[in-house]
Design a protein around this ligand. Sequence first.
Ligand code: UTP
Length: 317
Amino acid sequence: MTKEFYSCTQTIYPDEFLLKMTNIKPVRKAVFPVAGLGTRFLPATKSVPKEMLTIVDKPVIQYAVEEARAAGIEHFVFVTGRNKAVIEDHFDIQVELELTLRERDKHDALDLLASSLPKAGQTSFTRQQSPLGLGHAVWCARDIVGDEPFALLLPDMVMQDKKGCLSSMVELYNNTGGNIIATEEVAWEETHKYGVVETGKEVDGGFEITGMVEKPKPGTAPSNLFINGRYILQPEIFDILSGHEKGAGGEIQITDAMLKLANLQEFYGFRFTGRTFDCGSREGFITANVAFAMSHEELAKDLRTELKNILDEVQPE
Ligand code: UTP
């Protein structure tokens, strides 16, 4: 099953790295890397993690956790760093708050808090001591994930769709096994900003991935499907990440490790047809707030009027 992937240096791995396709293990765990510095949101992120900035009334991280839960994930692994303790608190009981709400008969608020709380023992937190890159953050979760496939969700990438992106990916995975990468269409002239996949044979619910390129030069992208921040990966990725090879920007990159793994194991793409907001950028974060507020029945009507007023007041340059 060995195949050559372009944009990838060929490395020889021992046979035990090869995926045994006959045995499709279920995806039970999800990894959320939340140790990044969030420099694009300074000064807000000096003391507040960017994953705790809110879209309407929920922190960014909660959208990814809810998507994972809807996909049947049973264990939520957070890779945190300094100044991120508040994320751990967010997924715990807040005793004083709950007592006060109970005294005031605020049952709706209590139900809301209970509905977003993982069950006891369903969360693990580990630390990435230095932000050496996304690939390194994922590697920090190796002992908690162990020898089983896992979902990787980049919480910055917030998705809006009736059916969660990860739920559809799990369905595809249950057919194909292997590794799954979610992709989404982007305008061809924008492809140079993203990781882009090359598409092979169609399979039920997705397609074979035959190549991946990080930020292709304008006019050279193999497709207009960009990698949108959701993955199902086999545990052999940890062996590759343990090489700590630095890539673009001097950081340990998950894409480099996936390119190596793709020489040994199958990769399939899922075409996500909802919308992804890159909430690691100010523009994406603000757009997400407007989009989610406009789909909120209590907020949409008044917000539409307010937005119209603002747009009428602002003179085009
Ligand atoms: P980004 O590329 O957005 O980096 O990370 P960043 O440091 O968080 O943000 P900027 O660019 O300085 O504004 C994508 C995801 O990977 C995590 C981040 O927390 C984010 O969820 N990450 C990144 C880590 O956990 N560790 C790292 O070393 C780098």
